[in-house]
Design a protein around this ligand. Structure first.
Ligand code: 0RQ
Length: 496
């Protein structure tokens, strides 16, 4: 695979993953590539985990700060968490072992809006970045780097880290070169300029990463596929949620509030989001575009069928099958797909300008429309806020969706008061469950409660929620957002 390392200077730095990992020291902050199971380093984190385990075996301390784009894979988060090698993790994660450590209180976790991470590093808010470990598809003769299936925060890691370790993964199709758009125009306040993106397909940057060869301390060659997501075929609940959203979008077109080709779509991760994409496949809308964070299977299908003309994202997040397909047909897809740094894919300015239609999953919403995306019972982290806040506040339409119940119907996803709020009532316009859709635009809090309970709550929880609201109307001191604080956070139970 030598041909992927085309810079003679960097070819001399090729070594084993074991030797490269030994260059990372206890207490360092490490910026790793990786975003939803794509583009993460495949071998160095595993080798590092072995070094850490050996150090712990000798009674030596060895823990590092792990900064990424978003979630990664068992070979990165899972392996390092398992050996208790992570002191602090940021931003988004979804690994079960990592989650356990965080919730046990033995790992610190900072849950940051994905668009904020890079600028916080530049501002100096997060401390010093010691090492960057970044997967690339090739090192070009001039030392610039061809990104792989995610861009995430890699530009910032490469610019800011003292030392750089590169994994050159020859599994990726070399035709990836040219698909990325790495913006180098970001300045620090007060010198910032507008981000000149006015349609999802606009290119404003370089196709490769710039990289100071003097900072590169190791190059490791690998050949391994991304660890991708599995999607279950849309079930009845996901299909019902998707159906309500598609009907609503059609209604908005008929009312003249959306153009027939809609506006650029953003869709979150998971099966419900994928079901919405599948619904669009058979729906009436043509010439669709996306300005989103991750490209899932459903969106690739829309691109391949011609329903979607262009998609901008920061990562590909495909099933194994679709990843193989994209890797095979990269040359064909690269005119319709662009991957950008996450500070640009999720940039509030661009999202607001384009008028993005944002659709994200949630854990629960309360009867006034405050949304919890991250916590179980106010204290246990699930994954993190991801990009949902970047999009929700700035979108043309901000939609949140969930099945109306969780844990086999024993818990309601609509509650009197959310135990943790990621998206306030001010950022939430539409709530959808399989029961129906609550359009909250232009409604005052008491009106919102009526529509949310009526349209989105499961029938077995509706009477409990209605009873709470009725009593709050009588007993609450304030009647703007009526609440009974001594019982607002209590778990509610279904009525059979
Ligand atoms: O737990 O796995 O232990 O059974 O939460 O729930 O139903 O599988 O739903 O995969 O769509 O995830 C909000 C977590 C939804 C996700 C969230 C439990 C449930 C299960 C997962 P188990 P489901 P999904 C941009 C958008 C934040 C980031 C974001 C998320 C687990 O969408 O992380 O939006 N969002 N990014 O049982 C108790 C409830 C529950 C509940 C669900 N009401 N009470 N438990 N669960 N509802 C893209 C990116 O940022 C990458």
């Amino acid at each position: 695979h030598d041909s992927r390392v085309m810079s003679a200077a960097l070819r001399s730095k090729i070594m084993s993953a074991e030797d490269a990992a030994a260059l990372v020291k206890h207490g360092e902050n490490v910026g790793m590539s990786g975003f939803t199971g794509s583009g993460y380093p495949k071998e160095i984190p595993l080798a590092l985990a072995r070094h850490i385990e050996a150090a712990h075996g000798r009674g030596e301390p060895f823990r590092i700060g792990v900064w990424t784009g978003a979630s990664t894979a068992p070979e990165l988060d899972g392996a390092l968490a398992k050996v208790d090698g992570i002191e602090l993790r940021l931003p988004y994660q979804s690994d079960p072992v990592t989650r356990e450590r965080i919730n046990a209180g033995s790992m610190d976790y900072i849950d940051i809006h994905l668009s904020h991470v890079a600028q916080f590093v530049w501002f100096g808010f997060l401390g010093h970045l010691d090492v960057a470990v970044v997967e690339v598809a090739a090192i070009l003769p001039d030392g610039s780097l061809v990104p792989t299936t995610s861009v995430g925060n890699n530009k910032t890691w490469l610019d800011r880290a003292d030392r750089i370790i590169l994994e050159v993964n020859s599994w990726h199709n070399p035709a990836l070169q040219g698909m990325h758009d790495i913006y180098y125009g970001t300045q620090l306040p007060p010198y910032r300029q507008p981000i000149p993106i006015v349609t999802p397909g606009d290119r404003i940057g370089d196709t490769t990463f710039r990289c100071d060869p003097n900072k590169v301390i190791a190059v490791v060659e690998t050949h391994a596929p991304d660890r991708n997501n599995t999607f279950t075929p849309p079930d009845a609940t996901s299909q019902a949620i998707a159906g309500h959203i598609l009907e609503f979008l059609g209604h908005e077109v008929r009312r003249g509030r959306l153009p027939p080709e809609l506006l650029p779509l953003q869709s979150g991760v998971g099966n419900v989001a994928n079901a919405v994409m599948a619904g669009l496949e058979s729906g009436p809308f043509e010439q669709l575009t996306a300005y989103t964070e991750v490209l899932q299977d459903g969106m690739l299908d829309l691109i391949r069928s011609g329903k979607m003309t262009f998609a901008s994202a920061t990562a590909l997040s495909f099933s194994a099958e679709k990843a193989e397909l994209f890797n095979r047909d990269t040359a064909m897809h690269k005119n319709r797909v662009v991957l950008r740094p996450q500070e640009i894919s999720n940039h509030p300015e661009v999202i607001r300008r384009l008028g993005v239609i944002s659709m994200n999953g949630m854990i629960e919403a309360d009867i006034y429309g405050n949304v919890n995306s991250t916590h179980i019972r106010g204290s246990r982290i699930m994954n993190g806020i991801g990009g949902s806040g970047d999009f929700a506040r700035n979108a043309y339409l901000s939609i949140f969706m969930t099945p109306s119940t969780a844990k086999n119907g024993t818990l309601s996803s609509i509650v009197p008061m959310a135990t943790h709020v990621d998206h306030t009532e001010h950022d939430v316009q539409i709530l959808v469950t399989e029961q129906g859709l609550a359009d909250l635009r232009g409604l005052a809090p008491r009106q919102r409660a009526k529509v949310i309970i009526e349209n989105t709550a499961h029938p077995t929880f509706k009477p409990v929620l209605q009873d709470y609201f009725d009593r709050a109307r009588r007993g609450s001191t304030g009647q703007h957002t009526p609440h009974l604080l001594d019982e607002a956070l209590r778990a509610i139970h279904p009525v059979s």
